[in-house]
Design a protein around this ligand. Sequence first.
Ligand SMILES: [Ca+2]
Ligand SMILES: [Ca+2]
Ligand SMILES: [Ca+2]
Length: 101
Amino acid sequence: MAYGLRQKAENRNLNSEKVGIKTFKSIYNYTPKTTEDWNAMQAITYSGSAREKDSDNDLLSDEMELQYGTNPNKADTDGDGHKDGEEILGGYNPKGSGNLK
Ligand SMILES: [Ca+2]
Ligand SMILES: [Ca+2]
Ligand SMILES: [Ca+2]
């Protein structure tokens, strides 16, 4: 049977959320408290960046880096001091100044 993406989305479990919280802490230096924090944490957990291969350790999986056009071997593609994954989660442009939107 093919579950595909649907199964993936429903595949919520405490273990992956624990990893997400840990990842969140490593970015923001505090545990998620507000709804926004939890949204960001879940984005981290379920975007796959917490479990897929992330060569440069910038919280964005290699596959997602291809989608965003960032460098999968460089944690900070545009060199502004913020990791690619951090900028994506914050709504910033990882390839230059300004916002994604
Ligand atoms: Ca990466
Ligand atoms: Ca990168
Ligand atoms: Ca950057």
